[in-house]
Design a protein around this ligand. Structure first.
Ligand SMILES: *Cc1c(COP(=O)(O)O)cnc(C)c1O
Length: 356
């Protein structure tokens, strides 16, 4: 059956990428060896990691003073690795709290320095992006660009005195960014790039080497810079598949083109939610809505089970909301074809005509 994969993460990857990855798992570069069984020091693999790095630099137009690192431990490890590497005990970092992931980042950072929660949207169940002002001094400002669970997204980043440290796990490479505003960006691969197991970190050179504490070798960004992310064995297969996705993005016309496609998909789905009497979007303010994770409810709770059953019959999977929010969440990452979003909106519209 033709499936329409709306899972939030691990999530949809381009079909072409999965086919190519499957080939590499059997016979990589006509070597009669699998990518899974070759040395990470072999020429075949060093080409993969170097090309992944080069593609990220190219797609995001990174200036020369930014490093691209491949780390492990997920985005959750970055919650403590960033303050450990960037923040001294007596320095201040500002965090904007826009949901579960920001809350976790804040909890971890507290042990490394002075933490100020600059703004929060917790008062309304994280259903909006709070107003905040870039502080005039401090070490960095931490934002979560896309709130995977609640369905909000920052559509604007302030320019100012502090470098922004940003968790872009769920909207990485979904749109162009003005990278000069950012001191550090991190993203777990499994939302928009590749399989779980690798986390991309982009860091500006001058952010490093300013803390006094002793950092364990493998938690020190400088180790990754010095060793080309190969101090120890990197997650070979996740990096390989991520490289294939990066090539796919480039072939599609880059993040500029990807953004246009993402906007068109989001417009289709929010458009249906705004006009369909059986459904309501969770995020009232259109300016705060995520283009990646579309969260919504049904006006009549009695119809939820039958809608989910019909969705299942149509090959639609992964639209149940996060357990902490309930309702529905349709994740429409880069790799999601517009035709799959159309299958969902047509079912919603048809369902409303029959049951509304
Ligand atoms: C999924 C997610 C995380 C957690 O990622 P792990 O790789 O599981 O640690 C953190 N931040 C955001 C925004 C996410 O979407």
């Amino acid at each position: 059956m033709k499936m329409h994969n709306f899972y939030a993460g691990p999530a949809i990857l381009p079909k072409e990428v999965i086919k190519e990855a499957a080939k590499g798992a059997l016979n990589f570069n006509q070597s009669d060896l699998s990518i899974l069984e070759i040395s990470h020091r072999s020429k075949d693999f060093t080409e993969v990691i170097e090309s992944a790095e080069a593609l990220i630099k190219e797609l995001l137009h990174l200036p020369k003073n930014y490093h691209v690192l491949f780390t492990t431990g997920g985005a959750s490890t970055q919650f403590f690795m960033t303050p450990m590497n960037l923040l001294n005990d007596n320095e201040t970092a500002y965090y904007v709290n826009t949901g579960t992931w920001s809350t976790k980042a804040i909890a971890e950072a507290k042990s490394f320095g002075n933490l100020v929660e600059l703004a929060s949207s917790e008062d309304k169940g994280f259903n909006y992006i709070p107003k905040y002002k870039m502080p005039s001094s401090g070490k960095y400002l931490h934002l979560t660009s896309n709130n995977t669970i609640y369905g909000t997204q920052f559509h604007h980043f302030p320019k100012g005195n502090l470098p922004i440290v940003c968790d872009m796990s769920s909207d990485f490479l979904s749109r162009p960014i003005d990278v000069e505003k950012f001191g550090l960006i991190y993203a777990g691969a499994q939302k928009n790039l590749g399989p779980a197991g690798v986390t991309v970190v982009i860091v500006r050179e001058d952010m490093l080497g300013t803390v006094r504490r002793q950092i364990p070798t493998l938690l020190d960004y400088r180790t990754f810079v010095k060793k080309g992310s190969m101090f120890n064995t990197p997650p070979v297969f996740p990096i390989y598949v991520s490289m294939l996705t990066l090539k796919w993005i480039k072939a599609k016309g880059g993040v500029e083109k990807i953004e246009r496609m993402n906007k068109s998909k989001a417009k289709l789905l929010y458009g249906e939610l705004d006009k369909n009497p059986l459904f309501v979007p969770n995020i009232p303010n259109k300016r705060d809505r995520s283009l990646m994770n579309v969260t919504f409810q049904m006006t009549n709770p009695k119809l939820v089970e039958s809608f989910l059953a019909e969705a299942g019959k149509n090959g639609i999977v992964g639209i149940k909301g996060h357990r902490s929010v309930g309702g529905f969440r349709a994740s429409i990452y880069n790799a999601m074809p517009r035709s799959s979003v159309k299958v969902l909106t047509e079912l919603m519209s048809d369902f409303a005509q029959r049951k509304g």
